[in-house]
Design a protein. Sequence first.
Length: 119
Amino acid sequence: MRARQMRQGGAAALALAVIVSGCSQPLSTREKSTLVGGGVGAATGAIIGAAVGNPGAGVAIGGALGAGAGALVGDQLQKRDVQEAEQHHKIDQQNREIQRQRAELKRFEHQPSSEMDEY
């Protein structure tokens, strides 16, 4: 009975590995956190389930709860990453505008005063 449950757990882990390796794009922060949470939850559920005599149910329940928690944490981390990227983009835009204004000021500094009276 125990060997059968171990094979089922191994088959589930192998299926998960095949699904993950089939992704053609890198995983997002949310997806990585979901996988990590699911794995940790499944492992914890297997240990607790084995202690009470039903490791298969422990893996299923722990994996689902862990994946849910991982997805929530990953979503928050991904939102923070997006906000940080937006801030960096705005800072870059402001730096370009500052450089443009500095160049314009230097151009005005080198003009004769008669040309500046026109403005």
